[in-house]
Design a protein around this ligand. Sequence first.
Ligand SMILES: Nc1ncnc2c1ncn2[C@@H]1O[C@H](COP(=O)(O)OP(=O)(O)OP(=O)(O)O)[C@@H](O)[C@H]1O
Ligand SMILES: [Mg+2]
Length: 407
Amino acid sequence: MAREGTKKQAPNPPLRSAQGQALNQNGSGQAQAGQGEAKSPLPPFNKGGAREDLNRPSPPQAEKGKGQGLLKGKEEVEEALNLRPRRLAEYIGQGQVVESLGIAIEAAKKRGDAVDHVLLYGPPGLGKTTLAHIIAKEMDVGIVTTSGPALEKGGDLIGILTHLKKGDVFFIDEIHRLPRTVEEYLYSAVEDFAISIVFDKGSHARSYRSRLEKFTLVGATTRAGLISSPLRERFGIQRALDFYTMEELCQVVRRSAALLQVPADAEGVVEIARRSRGTPRIANRILRRVRDYAQVRHAGVITRPVTQEALELEGIDGEGLTTLDKKFLETVIIHYKGGPVGLEAIAAVLQEETDTLVDMVEPFLLKAGFILRTPKGRKATDKAHSYLGLPNASAEERQLSFLPGQR
Ligand SMILES: Nc1ncnc2c1ncn2[C@@H]1O[C@H](COP(=O)(O)OP(=O)(O)OP(=O)(O)O)[C@@H](O)[C@H]1O
Ligand SMILES: [Mg+2]
């Protein structure tokens, strides 16, 4: 995605220069929440966020030499440029979310207003970032993107907020990882479109209240439960994204195959969709792997047998379970007799971060009915046992308890 620095002056130059002087001359400027400000030579805007140009097909040459975001892998850039839907009408699935966002966008346009703040939550790869960009595109406004962990200090956030233009979308990914002190600035910014900044300490303290342009905050998270309620309550629109159905995934695969100009027959498309764990990002990733395999080992056409061969090589099975998914299930079943077992215990056996398991592994295993989440921990279901061909000790015990004379 193309990125560029701000083109215009900040909307409130007096504050910005006051802030800049106070911070750069004596370095003693302090944000309200007691955060020391950055002494970076870069303007604060560049610290935590990047303005993106939705109309440009490829990254521009460092416009004005600033605004460079984190570089992404080649495939991710390709994905963002080519495969990501740009308009609401192109967005597949999530019917209710799309409909209610469509209404909010149309209403805001009619009023000449910004869309209400939007919180999108759900497992990775379901289209949260995509929707944030679509909102900006449909509203015909700019988008500035950042993520919770990138905003380390109050100053990082203030730098971005004071540079937002009227109606802009301000997208914060992983909003549950926003530091608490930064989050507190956001409250008045999203509610009153104003921020108070305090310079210096004690008797020298001076406070400036700065008005901001009206903007739309779009927050995305895989962990809605970790967002504090004061922040969550400030989002007028809160929508959960769910896993995609087979039919929707087939549409995603067909659309992406057409964009990548890869021939795929109907059975090949279904086979990829079936193994995508309900997730468009995985569908696109698998599609690329199968494309490579088809081009190198076959005539370049994606069919069912080609997909099966290619994905066997990738360690992705018929249900889309990866090696890590299967290890997770085996750990619960073999090490912990089917559970219930706490997540930390599973993570310790697998030598994985608990966050990885919560974000990447568990949601689909829960959705597909392989595990249950109980107050005592995770339990493997009968489906998981029979899927792995392992005996279900607790089910046998249950059966035995019904037989007379066995207890
Ligand atoms: N509704 C959709 N229709 C077609 N393709 C989609 C759709 N949603 C997502 N995709 C594809 O899946 C990819 C991943 O989507 P996106 O980056 O928006 O997910 P995300 O929810 O932001 O994930 P994360 O939580 O990891 O940030 C996109 O680049 C896009 O190509
Ligand atoms: Mg995202």
